[in-house]
Design a protein around this ligand. Structure first.
Ligand SMILES: Nc1ncnc2c1ncn2[C@@H]1O[C@H](COP(=O)(O)OP(=O)(O)O)[C@@H](O)[C@H]1O
Ligand SMILES: [Mg+2]
Length: 285
């Protein structure tokens, strides 16, 4: 369980806090999607989960963040990193090796994983990300999608309880983005890992997340199951989050009293709602 209580944070160089009064409770095994406009504080919020604030960026940190009872202000970054694995926004800066296998090995050695477990951990992590065949390849020759999978594999090899990923699909085409999310979700489900992922594409997030957080101006403006959050498509647009047109369409039909269905996350769900309306069945879920 991750608990954040009344968290506010101001970077030392900044005039104003970047996070304000954040309260969150994230049950184990949740898949949490974070979205919001550029500069709203999403990356800073991820730093609260992995201890980068207050340990790496000094500033005014109020409130508390606990991961499985471990208070991130009191714990060392090393102890936090045993629970929370992170893939940062700029993966090239995170990569330390030139060959895929060495990249995964690096973290395992740093964590002092016993030698007799290392081979199994590397093979499992590459397998989980569907990149066993890339094991001996040079990182420089990989595509963006392949590099993302290597970055995720290096972290899951460490078996963290919580995985934090900041815009892991920013550079990827829609098919590779979906592939990364599918692999991630399957891994998390099989291992009971909590996933916290920042992602611009709310439609993609909504298909995978159990909980969406919409960050605006350093506050969590909306939080809940995707269908609950997506009901607010007009307000989301005001804070710079574009919902799919299928979502807005169903919300408009609901606003006019034509349907009583939850928000549609994608075209298929919207089509289902429209078919029910047109057949005169009403469109409650
Ligand atoms: N290390 C830092 N020092 C000072 N200000 C920062 C730092 N990192 C981010 N900020 C500021 O915090 C705000 C939120 O940034 P960030 O958390 O990166 O937002 P997002 O990920 O939503 O784009 C921005 O105004 C940014 O300039
Ligand atoms: Mg960011």
């Amino acid at each position: 369980m991750i608990e954040i209580s009344n968290l506010s944070f101001r970077y030392r160089e900044g005039a104003e806090p970047i996070l304000y009064g954040i309260d969150l409770a994230i049950p184990d095994g949740s898949f949490v999607g974070i979205t919001g406009a550029a500069g709203s504080g999403k990356s800073t919020l991820t730093y609260a989960f992995n201890g980068i604030i207050p340990h790496c960026y000094p500033g005014d940190f109020y409130g508390s963040v606990t991961i499985d009872g471990l208070d991130t202000c009191e714990a060392s970054l090393t102890d936090i990193s045993r629970l929370v694995g992170s893939v940062c926004q700029d993966i090239d800066s995170q990569m330390v090796s030139s060959v895929v296998e060495d990249e995964v090995l690096y973290g395992l050695e740093n964590f002092g994983v016993p030698k007799d477990q290392v081979e199994g951990r590397i093979a499992e992590a590459l397998e989980a990300m569907g990149i066993s065949d890339l094991r001996h390849r040079g990182i420089a020759e990989l595509s963006g999608g392949q590099k993302q999978k290597v970055a995720v594999a290096s972290v899951i090899a460490l078996k963290p309880r919580v995985l934090v990923l900041d815009e892991p699909t920013a550079e990827l085409d829609p098919a590779s983005s979906l592939a990364v999310f599918e692999l991630l979700a399957r891994y998390a489900r099989e291992n009971g890992t909590t996933v916290i992922v920042v992602e611009q594409k709310i439609a993609l997030l909504s298909d995978f997340a159990d909980m969406l957080l919409i960050v605006d101006g350093g506050k969590v403006r909306f939080q809940g199951a995707p269908a609950e959050v997506l009901e607010h498509s007009d307000e989301l647009l005001e804070v710079g989050v574009n919902c799919p047109r299928s979502t807005s369409l169903v919300n408009r039909l609901r606003a006019r009293g034509l349907v009583d269905a939850p928000a549609a996350r994608n075209v298929d769900e919207a089509v289902g709602v429209c078919k029910r309306v047109l057949s005169g069945e009403g469109a409650s879920a």
